[in-house]
Design a protein around this ligand. Structure first.
Ligand code: FA5
Length: 350
């Protein structure tokens, strides 16, 4: 576009435009941009200076030169004032953000919760032993939580775990409930996968129980399941003893005790010597010197049958480990309630 011929009118228009642009400036940065636009090497005023050479009359050229110089001085003065104003604002603003004399805020740095630490460690140990990790839902069907685990409707074993049912319509897989243990994940796994199976299934479980020093209504379990040809009780015992040694230490005292679960036969429980009192008796071990950490056994043939696996071809073992109990023993914690209070003074000790 052709440049308009230099005239006093053109100079006045440029000045007016400058004042309009100045009104739009709202930051130090936009003021800098304005300065470049008008006073820069390729700026609006420089362009007018370039036109001086086209004026033949020397006096006229001199007069326009003086007018342009005075405009440059005027704009520079205005910009300088504006720069000072924005600079002051900027300094005051950054000063208010960085008040060096103020004492620093007392930031609380979090720590990994001891339950999470032990949970991770359990998963690590079983992964090392070749187990893969599976998960299942916390809201479960009655059939998977009970019936297919060989606990029919009228079976007294349903009373072993006080159940929290959801107020939802009954489905073709029975009522809907909060799982009382991680064992229903066994059923889901065996329904979806053929042996060999070698998995752990960590997760949260819920029971209608009161919170006390060694029980909670919402705790964590790690389920284990191995199904293949020729799996024996000695495989179960060997695996769990190896786990306990890695989790605690070499010479930990532990014992298998006969028990009953409808979904395993034979059934056992594993007790380890109470590390809170070193076996001398305390409230954690109920003065017995031992704490039960898990239930286990050989998968009941009826359970294999329920999921469509030939119980003559396959055998398996399963276990369900209480993460809270293991953590209490590992860190000598004498009250389960401490896990759920989220008191940093407690959590920071681990
Ligand atoms: C069961 O839940 C079985 N499903 C375990 C099982 C799995 C047996 C596979 C055989 C084969 P039990 O109710 O005993 O069993 O719980 C297992 C472990 O969870 C216990 O040994 C204990 O460590 C922990 N536990 C049980 N009840 C609570 C509770 N209220 N609070 C905290 N931990 C608990």
């Amino acid at each position: 576009m052709a440049m308009k011929k230099l005239s006093e009118d053109l100079i006045r228009q440029l000045k007016e435009k400058f004042f309009i642009d100045l009104k739009k400036v709202d930051s130090f940065e936009s003021l800098e941009a304005l300065k470049i636009l008008y006073l820069g090497r390729k700026g609006e005023i420089r362009k007018l200076f370039h036109q001086l050479k086209d004026i033949d009359d020397i006096d006229e050229r001199k007069r326009y030169g003086e007018i342009l110089n005075s405009i440059v001085v005027e704009i520079e003065e205005i910009l300088e004032k504006e720069f000072k104003r924005f600079k002051k604002d900027k300094e005051e603003y950054s000063f208010s953000l960085l008040e060096m004399s103020l004492p620093s805020a007392n930031f609380q740095i979090g720590k990994i919760h001891p339950l999470q630490k032990v949970y991770n460690e359990i998963i690590e140990i079983f992964s090392y032993l070749g187990f893969d990790i599976q998960e299942g839902p916390e809201i479960e069907f009655e059939d998977y939580n009970f019936t297919m685990l060989n606990i029919p409707d009228d079976h007294p074993a349903r009373d072993m775990q006080d159940t929290l049912y959801l107020n939802l319509p009954k489905t073709d897989k029975g009522k809907i409930l909060l799982r009382t243990h991680t064992s229903p994940v066994q059923i889901r796994l065996m329904l979806s996968k053929k042996p060999p199976i070698k998995s752990i299934m960590p997760g949260r479980v819920f029971r209608n129980e009161n919170l006390d020093a060694t029980h909670s209504f919402n705790f964590h379990q790690v389920e284990g399941l191995v199904v293949d040809k020729n799996i024996k009780l000695s495989d179960l015992k060997g695996t769990l003893i190896y786990f306990v040694r890695l989790m605690f230490y070499e010479d930990i005292v532990c014992k298998f005790r006969q028990s009953y679960f409808p979904f395993t036969e034979p059934s056992l429980e594993l007790d380890i010597q109470c590390l809170v009192c070193k076996g001398s008796g305390c409230s954690v071990c109920k003065y017995s010197g031992f704490v039960e950490i898990l239930g286990c056994g050989m998968v009941h043939p009826q359970v294999l049958y329920n999921v469509g696996l030939g119980y003559e071809e396959y055998t398996g073992f399963a276990f369900g480990l209480g993460v809270e109990r293991v953590t209490m023993l590992k860190y000598r914690i004498d009250n389960m309630r401490l896990f759920y209070e989220n008191d940093l003074r407690f959590i920071k000790q681990f």
